[in-house]
Ligand binder design. Structure first.
Ligand code: GLC
Length: 538
């Protein structure tokens, strides 16, 4: 595989709103990011991915952009942005932005024009119909909203305030390309491209045998035939002209389809986020987390990509609950399970992403009251399920497992007021465990989750075997042990993560030198609960 800077990098995702607030308004800001750059540098981060900081009414926390070339008031000014970028570059780090291309806010001037009359030149920039299809929106409720002024419906796959752009219209596409070039020329180093597999739609009704008002319509709005043409144009007109890195958010893409998305020959992005591993354990569906299936899925992606494509590696992001609370055990084996899960994903082939707070093992929020939740998806889930007669208790159970807000509580810097996140009133409550679970406490502790992340990053850096080697699953005789061998030239590295609490006999049949582990005392023949080790094999 060709060697490139972004393959050897470690990326840190910042949910800007919840990272660090300097202005005191309770919302994280760009100056807050600048202030914490030394922390990130010390951790070993090479690339920062910043969640949306564009002007936005914040119905979906910035994923509803009203001005692509302006900074959200709560997060600062363009000068703050320029200063932040300069400081990132001064430390030898890079910055990637979140590009929201599928939809804009309903407050975007383009949409205000589009809805003003049927013959407005921007009418066709969005998707208007006399008769809507019967689709449900991804966040619940109908996917079409009626506009009484012009007597037509407009399409929104997410909330009614996130209006889908009409990608069939070349003017729209070229306007977006200009905007992307503008940011690249400002100096940003790449993009995470939001909800990219919804650009193309198949405007036909879903079967509706039960006669519902609207029906989930995933296949009509996701990876629809023809989408690759749009992505190809985006690559050829913009992305391929610069030395940047691109990551597409592409759920529902399967390992056997990855070539057209990310292969070095025909891919449209450098990497994608596939959600297959997470989709298998959607807590909403109450499916049990199962290490055997996890191995099967992740190994399939490793094998399919090897030699033809590169991919992203991640455990968490701003759309999912915290893994230490779902796949791990945040009560009895908090430190052990957070580090074992980390070890499991971090040394595969690909570019690892760390979501803010993951590196200190932040946990799901213990919010019992629906009023404590802020996320529009969570609120809609509550509203629509109540309308459908589901009990309050039942919905709260789902939310307590699955709300996106679990990942969005403020970053826990220290044990003082508001965990050092803000001097003001935080926009969302803190997780009260910040009293003991915080960066400051872990910085002093050699055995902390944070220290483990630092060691993992240091170990991966410059290690050709861990960067470019092949990946083979290793047999361990234990269903809950995830073990694999990376191999490159004459080097072999074994990564073993026991992802359960019940001890398991372990059969390392070869000799090796221990490079990393999350326990200090070993029981030779037995892997302890959530024990993880990395060996250089002889
Ligand atoms: C992506 C984002 C999510 C957002 C949605 C709509 O999935 O990650 O946070 O709500 O797109 O833009």
């Amino acid at each position: 595989m060709k060697k490139t800077w972004w393959k050897e990098a470690v990326v840190y995702q910042i949910y800007t709103r919840s990272f660090k607030d300097i202005s005191g308004d309770g919302v994280g800001d760009l100056n807050g990011v600048t202030e914490k750059l030394d922390y990130l540098q010390e951790l070993g981060i090479d690339i920062i991915w910043l969640c949306p900081m564009y002007k936005s009414p914040n119905v979906d926390n910035g994923y509803d952009v009203s001005d692509y070339r302006g900074i959200m008031d709560e997060m600062g000014t363009m000068d703050d942005f320029d200063h932040m970028l300069e400081q990132i570059h001064a430390r030898g780090m890079k910055l990637i932005l979140d590009l929201v291309l599928n939809h804009t806010s309903d407050q975007h001037p383009w949409f205000l024009e589009s809805k003003s009359s049927k013959d407005n030149p921007k009418r066709d920039w969005y998707i208007w119909r006399d008769k809507p299809t019967n689709w449900e929106s991804i966040f619940g409720g109908p996917a079409w909203t009626f506009d009484p002024k012009t007597n037509q419906y407009y399409l929104h796959l997410y909330t009614k305030n996130q209006v889908d752009l009409n990608w069939e219209n070349p003017e729209v596409r070229h306007e977006l390309y200009d905007m992307i070039r503008w940011w690249i020329e400002k100096g940003v180093d790449g993009f995470r491209v939001d909800a990219i597999n919804h650009l193309k739609k198949d405007f036909t009704d879903m079967p509706n045998p039960e006669g519902r008002n609207y029906v989930p319509a995933w296949e009509k709005m996701t990876n629809v035939e023809g989408i690759q043409d749009f992505l190809e144009e985006l690559r050829d007109e913009v992305f391929s002209k610069y030395d940047i890195v691109t990551v597409g958010e592409a759920n529902s893409v399967k390992a056997h389809e990855l070539a057209e998305w990310i292969s070095e020959d025909e891919g449209k992005f450098n990497m994608i986020f596939h959600l297959e591993a997470h989709e298998n354990w959607n807590p909403e569906l109450d499916a049990d987390y199962n290490v055997m299936t996890l191995k099967k899925v992740l190994d399939r992606w490793q094998k399919s990509a090897h030699g033809i494509a590169w991919n992203s590696l991640y455990l968490e992001n701003h759309d999912r609950p915290r893994t230490v609370s779902t796949w791990g055990d945040d009560k009895h084996y908090w430190r052990e399970s957070a580090t074992a899960l980390a070890c499991m994903y971090f040394f595969m082939q690909g570019t690892p992403f760390i979501y803010q707070g993951q590196e200190i093992g932040m946990t799901n929020a213990p919010f019992d009251d629906i009023k404590m939740y802020r996320d529009v998806e969570t609120k809609n889930l509550y509203r629509y399920n109540r309308l459908n007669g589901v009990s309050h208790e039942e919905i709260m159970q789902m939310i307590k497992k699955n709300s996106r807000d679990h990942a969005r509580t403020p970053m826990q810097w220290h044990s003082g007021k508001n965990a050092g996140f803000t001097a003001g009133e935080p926009w969302i409550s803190l997780n009260p465990n910040y009293q003991w679970l915080n960066v400051e406490a872990q910085e002093k502790d050699e055995q902390s989750i944070l220290s483990f992340y630092k060691k993992m990053i240091a170990l991966r850096k410059g290690n050709e075997c861990l960067l470019y080697g092949s990946t083979e699953l290793a047999e361990t005789d234990c269903p809950d042990v995830y073990a694999y061998i990376r191999e490159f030239k004459n080097l072999r590295i074994l990564v073993v993560s026991h992802l359960d609490k019940d001890g398991c006999y372990w059969s390392l049949r070869e000799k090796g030198k221990l490079l990393l582990s999350n326990y200090t005392v070993f029981k030779d023949k037995k892997l302890q609960p959530y024990e993880a080790r990395v060996y250089l094999l002889e």
